[in-house]
Design a protein around this ligand. Structure first.
Ligand SMILES: Nc1ncnc2c1ncn2[C@@H]1O[C@H](COP(=O)(O)OP(=O)(O)O)[C@@H](O)[C@H]1O
Ligand SMILES: [Mg+2]
Length: 242
């Protein structure tokens, strides 16, 4: 069974149809990378999967359950489906530990006595155990983004969504964040990521999805897709991304 099932999803903002019938399945443990030009609907699709946006028609299921804004357990659902954005969104007035433990404490996932250990565990997984008592402003952009990822991991998600998480970083900081994501992929996390990092897409993803004008235009294993694009739209996108 697919972990994520997307069936003929349509979404319109005002008069603009942004998703024009998107269907996509993602299996457990799969790493799916979504590529495509700006405005092709990639972020909107990710936000629909997390119920941050509602769909106009069609259906999204995660772990077999219909996703929509009125889910009775929307909060718990969002914990199982972590999302990391381009902007780090750490709370500037809270130290790293508190940034990470706030949500799991609030939701009762952990008690006070387990908070420090949980923060240590997830920070170790992103290589930042020594920053547990730092303030966000003391960290580089790459470190902040890794804390943002650790904060998601603290909720023990079943699925992670990443929307261009390296796009706002200085080039020399991109690699460390990609490395963390690659390690998560190897540990079996199911991930859907929007990225401009073609090297990452090529080397880490099981499948590439090329979105164009609100549709899944082409998809397949990276080797095939990059070497033999079937449509002129994908061929021209690959050429421009080099
Ligand atoms: N909340 C919104 N309100 C109105 N238009 C939006 C909104 N979000 C996205 N759009 C429009 O939807 C289109 C697709 O956007 P987006 O999903 O962000 O594409 P991508 O992530 O591929 O760049 C764009 O034309 C964008 O301006
Ligand atoms: Mg986007």
């Amino acid at each position: 069974m697919a972990l994520v099932e997307i069936r003929d999803v349509h979404k319109t903002f005002g008069k603009v149809e942004v998703l024009k019938g998107v269907s996509l399945d993602v299996r457990e443990g799969e790493i799916v990378t979504i590529i495509g030009r700006s405005g092709s609907g990639k972020s909107t699709l990710l936000r629909c999967i997390n119920a941050l946006e509602s769909v106009d028609s069609g259906e999204i299921r995660v772990e077999g359950r219909h996703v929509h804004a009125k889910m009775p357990d929307l909060k718990q659902f969002r914990q199982r489906v972590g999302i990391v954005f381009q902007a780090f969104n750490l709370f500037p007035h809270l130290k790293v530990e508190r940034n990470i433990t706030l949500a799991p404490l609030l939701t009762g996932r952990i008690g006070k006595s387990g908070a420090r250990a949980l923060a240590e565990d997830v920070l170790t997984r992103v290589g930042l155990a020594d920053k547990i008592d730092a303030w966000p402003e003391q960290l580089s952009g790459g470190q902040q983004q890794r804390v943002a990822i650790a904060r998601c991991l603290a909720m023990a998600p079943h699925l992670m969504l990443f929307d261009e998480v390296t796009s706002a970083l200085d080039p020399e900081l991109v690699g460390e964040v990609l490395k963390v994501m690659e390690a998560m992929a190897k540990q079996g996390m199911t991930m859907i990521l929007v990225t401009h990092e073609m090297g990452f897409a090529r080397n880490v993803a099981n499948r590439i999805v090329f979105m164009h004008q609100g549709r899944v235009w082409e998809q397949g294993p990276p080797a095939k897709l990059f070497a033999n694009p079937e449509t002129p739209e994908l061929a021209s996108f690959i050429a421009s991304a080099k």
